[in-house]
Design a protein around this ligand. Structure first.
Ligand code: HDE
Length: 722
């Protein structure tokens, strides 16, 4: 419905009110919008068409607003209630729709319907999240990432509510509120937001040696992923698979990203929090819009029930993983995200996950952390979504039929006919009826249990350091350096000396060299082991597991990578054509960055549309940089501090840089400004070619360098000021 067009101001408003002089002064654009062809009517929530959405109803042009204005009151009342409580943890997230396909039937292990037929595409909704920060915090904070998948299967919804790290801080759910209180902003001043670098967190952690393994993961670059599509996912707990004949095996779930596992470096993460706090959610959104659908393969580690006690750790302990060297991950299917949500609130915010949403063929283990979660998630949806009917919100609705005798409650949507709402009944022909296992009913696994009722932690949960040490030993040199730097940052922010000392004392049990380096960086002596003079006894098991290091991940694809091309007027167009076409053909995104917006004229007099001006971006938003030739273009860039910083910073962050012909001058300028006297960056991943035309090997070497992700081992990195 549009405002009626009428030249006579006296009759222009159907309300009968005179238009105000302000109406007459509206900008031309606003007038054009108001004058557009009739379209969908603007209405109240009762469907009443609205004739004036610009002015409230008042007594005369300058008089008070009338209480009678039901349209104003409805609109403002709804607005006042737009916010719902954010999730107590995992408040900040981004979601997407997609589908899951199993590669081969898993019927030997599980009767779960969605794991049987490779022809079946099971719809999914996935929500990624940070844990600590509020809804408005930055994406790139050092944190665990939530990786929650809702499978809408024919047998009901199955939620795999996991994280991007395979272990957790605590072994028993009863410690979860303490953990979260410790890591959230300190309650007296609400500082710091979205960060673990403060006293209460490290106070708690230093008193909870069971968190040692998880701390190693959180201090690694896994806690600052490059992209949601470049991180792994883990179900964390041991679950059970149960096949048709009732045989059970233990199972751990893994998501393996098709693009490999890649991270940011800390300086990038910090700068991104300012340059683009939405870095991860934007990356996901754009990848899907561009058709670069993020994909993960589903992997399972299956342990026969009879092998439950075969390991030197307990399968029920969520602070332990099963090393892939001991039980290889079998890849069984693929998840593809191919559709962005239509509405953030309706879908991503209102989606309600629950590890207790399982299907026949999948069951819980007795992991005490998992058992506690089974209570928490329904309870939290009640306070967040306000009603026991949250399952009726479209994003939460199963595609499987829902038939039961639950009734009424706030905001009930389903209108159930008939008078029968109890069971057993005869008036409704006994429906809905219980279903036996053979007909698809869920039957809990009949595990035999015996024991005294007690509050106790099993002795088999006692070794807190072996796997923390295994993780440390499995890291490459640069990963170890980054863990040390993270600990120095985090513990350096701690104000209470005794907390720092306790924490370094825990590190002595993981690795002596690690403890020494951290103690040295904090300006303190290496403290004795926790609780006294002797090291804590433990079982060291494997020397290392290569699957724990990101150095060993896939490095042959540039799909989803973003490449900045630095240009100014008179840039050489021919090299741009050759390089950019090849990059895009490999799935990378190319953006032209110039000192100003608008169009740049190449030396061949062609126009190039600028995507971003230098002051609005930074190298941290990109994975690689290409500097084409063109003498005057490069001279302009050399005189531009933002352009020089762009290149210098990209080098410092280990990114691939290609410079063609005169473009090498900007490289030299950046190196000199970084304090490298001879103007030559020393490390790998810098591809130059001068002065001949761009050739195949230049382009191929650049693509191979981008696929390497980061050259963190460049020898001159630490000397560079950027
Ligand atoms: Fe959660 N967790 N959690 N958690 N969790 C929530 O549920 C909780 C744990 C995880 O995108 C909450 O709906 C307890 C482990 C993800 O909506 C809450 C314990 C793992 C998400 C809750 C844990 C997770 C949540 C907050 C210890 C990895 C976000 C809002 C016993 C396996 C899901 C909500 C989304 C969310 C409780 C530990 C993953 C309060 C009590 C371990 C990915 O119910």
């Amino acid at each position: 419905m549009t405002t009626p067009k009428d030249d006579n101001p006296a009759t222009a408003h159907p309300t009968g009110l005179q238009p105000s002089p302000a109406d007459a002064n509206r900008s031309e654009q606003a007038a054009a919008v108001l004058a557009q062809e009739p379209g969908e009517a603007l209405t109240t929530n009762q469907g009443l068409p609205i004739s004036d959405n610009q002015n409230s109803l008042r007594a005369g042009p300058r008089g008070p607003t009338l209480l009678e204005d039901h349209i104003l009151r409805e609109k403002i009342m709804h607005f006042d209630h737009e916010r719902i409580p954010e999730r107590v943890v995992h408040a900040r997230g981004a979601g997407a729709h997609g589908f899951f396909e199993v590669y081969k039937s898993m019927s030997n292990y599980t009767k779960a319907g969605f794991l049987q037929d490779p022809q079946v595409k099971t719809p999914v909704f996935v929500r990624f999240s940070t844990v600590v920060g509020s809804r408005g915090s930055a994406d790139t904070a050092r944190d665990v990432r939530g990786f929650a998948v809702k499978f809408y299967t024919q047998e009901g919804n199955f939620d795999l509510v996991g994280n991007n790290m395979p272990v957790f801080f605590i072994q028993d759910a009863i410690k979860f509120p303490d953990l979260v209180h410790a890591i959230k902003p300190e309650p007296h001043h609400e500082i710091p937001q979205a960060s673990a670098a403060h006293d209460t967190f490290w106070d708690f952690i230093s008193l909870m040696p069971e968190s040692a393994h998880m701390i190693m993961w959180v201090m690694s670059d896994r806690a600052i992923p490059r992209s949601f599509s470049m991180m792994e996912g883990f179900g964390v707990h041991t679950f059970r698979f149960i096949n048709e004949s009732g045989k059970s095996s233990f199972v751990k779930f893994h998501w393996k990203p098709v693009l490999g596992v890649h991270s940011l470096v800390w300086d990038e993460a910090v700068k991104l929090a300012g340059k683009d706090p939405d870095f991860h959610r934007r990356d996901l959104w754009e990848a899907i819009n561009q058709g670069h659908y993020p994909e993960w393969e589903l992997g399972v580690q299956i342990v026969p029930e009879e092998d439950e006690y075969k390991f030197d750790f307990d399968l029920l302990d969520a602070t332990k993983l099963i090393p892939e060297l001991l039980v290889p991950v079998q890849i069984i299917g693929k998840l593809t995200l191919n559709r962005n949500p239509d509405n953030f609130f309706a879908e991503t915010e209102q989606v309600a996950f629950h590890p207790g949403h399982i299907v026949p063929g999948i069951d819980f283990s007795n992991d005490p952390l998992l058992q506690g979660r089974l209570f928490s998630y329904t309870d939290t949806q009640l306070s967040r979504l306000g009603s026991t009917n949250f399952h009726e919100i479209p994003i939460n609705r199963p595609i499987a039929a829902v038939n039961n005798n639950q009734r009424d409650g706030h905001m009930r949507q389903t209108i159930i006919k008939g008078r029968v709402s109890y069971e057993p009944n005869s008036l409704g022909d006994g429906c809905p009826m219980q279903q036996p296992w053979e007909q698809g009913g869920f039957v809990s696994y009949g595990e035999s249990l015996e024991g005294e009722k007690m509050r106790v932690r099993s002795d088999s949960f006692a070794d807190h350091f072996s796997q923390a040490a295994l993780f440390w030993r499995s890291q490459s040199a640069w990963e170890k350096d980054h863990i040390i730097a993270a600990l120095l940052f985090e513990l350096g922010k701690v104000e209470v000396d005794t907390v720092r000392e306790r924490m370094v004392s825990i590190l002595t049990q993981i690795d002596k060299f690690l403890a020494y380096r951290v103690a040295e960086g904090l300006g303190m002596a290496v403290p004795p082991p926790p609780g006294g003079a002797a090291d804590v006894p433990r079982n060291d098991g494997l020397e290392m597991d290569p699957t724990l290091s990101m150095s060993n991940t896939r490095k042959d694809s540039i799909v989803g990578r973003k490449v900045a091309v630095l240009i100014a007027d008179n840039v050489d167009q021919t090299s741009i054509h050759a390089v950019c076409k090849a990059l895009e053909a490999e799935g990378a995104t190319v953006k032209f960055i110039a000192p100003r917006l608008g169009e740049i004229k190449s030396s061949e007099k062609e126009s190039i549309k600028v995507n971003h001006s230098l002051p609005t971006v930074g190298s941290v938003l990109f994975d690689a940089v290409f500097i084409p030739g063109g003498q005057r273009s490069v001279e302009t860039l050399c005189a531009n501090a933002d352009a020089v910083l762009f290149v210098k910073e990209a080098y410092k962050h280990g990114k691939a840089i290609a410079a063609h012909h005169d473009g090498t001058l900007l490289l030299a300028q950046a190196a000199r400004s970084a304090g490298i006297a001879d103007g030559a960056f020393k490390g790998p991943g810098v591809i130059t070619l001068s002065p001949q035309a761009v050739n195949d090997s230049f382009v191929k070497n650049f693509i191979a360098a981008i696929a390497m992700h980061r050259f963190t081992e460049r020898p001159d990195l630490n000397a560079i000021v950027a």
